[in-house]
Design a protein around this ligand. Sequence first.
Ligand code: PLP
Length: 380
Amino acid sequence: MNQRSYLDYNATAPLRAEVREAFAATLYLYGNPSSVHAEGRAARAAIEAARAKVAGLVCARTEDVIFTSGGTEANALALAAQAGGAWHCYMSAVEHPSVLSGGRFYPETTTRIPVTPDGVVDLEILAKELEKHHLGGWRPFVSLMAANNETGAIQPVAETSKIVHSAGGLLHTDAVQAAGRIKLDMAALGADMLSLSAHKLGGPKGVGALVLGNGASVEPLVKGGAQERRKRAGTENVAGIVGFGVAAELAAADLAKMGTIAALRNELEKGALTIAPDAVVLAARVKRLPNTTCIAVPGAKAETLVIGLDLAGVAVSSGSACSSGKVEASHVLSAMGVAEEIAQGAIRVSLGFATKRADIENFLKAFAELIKRLRPRVAA
Ligand code: PLP
């Protein structure tokens, strides 16, 4: 069998070799980072060095990084913070399920803001909603992802934070997919909170962070010890955090290579559209992450494409979700108003640091064979 081509970085990135080495070495640092003795201090020093590296990825202050068990917990921590009192939560309709769940906000105090057909939040509607609730005495808490995981559409976070702040509110951004793919700067974004996940960067799974900005604070979800400046109790995942630090440092350096990744992604899209001229690249008219494309083949089933590509050695994922035995279009594509027969055939291809031209060639070869099999007359 040919070498496999892994093109599903938005699901998770392969573990970077440098991360694996640092992770393994840290397992020997058995001290509890809260202990005052030399063993404890060694573990503490490793965590603090990693914290500085993670802060560097988003131009934040080191002390504003709160380590969590991943992006999901970081989102939950952000959405727990403002649950009490006269707060109302607004989120775009294309957020990750960990945000759409609403955290500790009650359903009646959450509002979903629609997106345009290109998958970008409708700021006019958000501004109108904020005005309405401002009159009602609510303070807005807005959660808007930096970039979408399915389409790669980049959201206007900096513009949104201005609107939110002038309404006296707070802005959280889920930057799990954007980190390491576009430059992120807490101050430029105006973010009060930002979520990260290590495994999307080539770090270990089960570790992430909520980064605070503008002096914002959060109430701990997990209470107990004084770890993470009393914002997240529990003995730290030292090796995971160290791995996260290494991945964050490498991802920051790799931002310079994103032009090459975008060129490979564009080559893949061009090739796919030549093979299936009626295919649609979703969110193609807006700024997208350089590594992501969501391609829909009308009339095809995404599952058939994903399985067919997998059998040919290429890993991608589908833009549809299987729930209660029925394959439905993803909430992202539904929110964009993508017609059912197009959404059903949507696959997400996402590139990353180890992607080579050969992977794109493998994808196109496998895709051409699949389309020929699925639509013999069209491809002939
Ligand atoms: N937010 C976004 C946009 C994601 O794509 C993901 C993972 O797919 C998460 C949050 C959850 O991150 P984690 O897997 O670290 O819990």
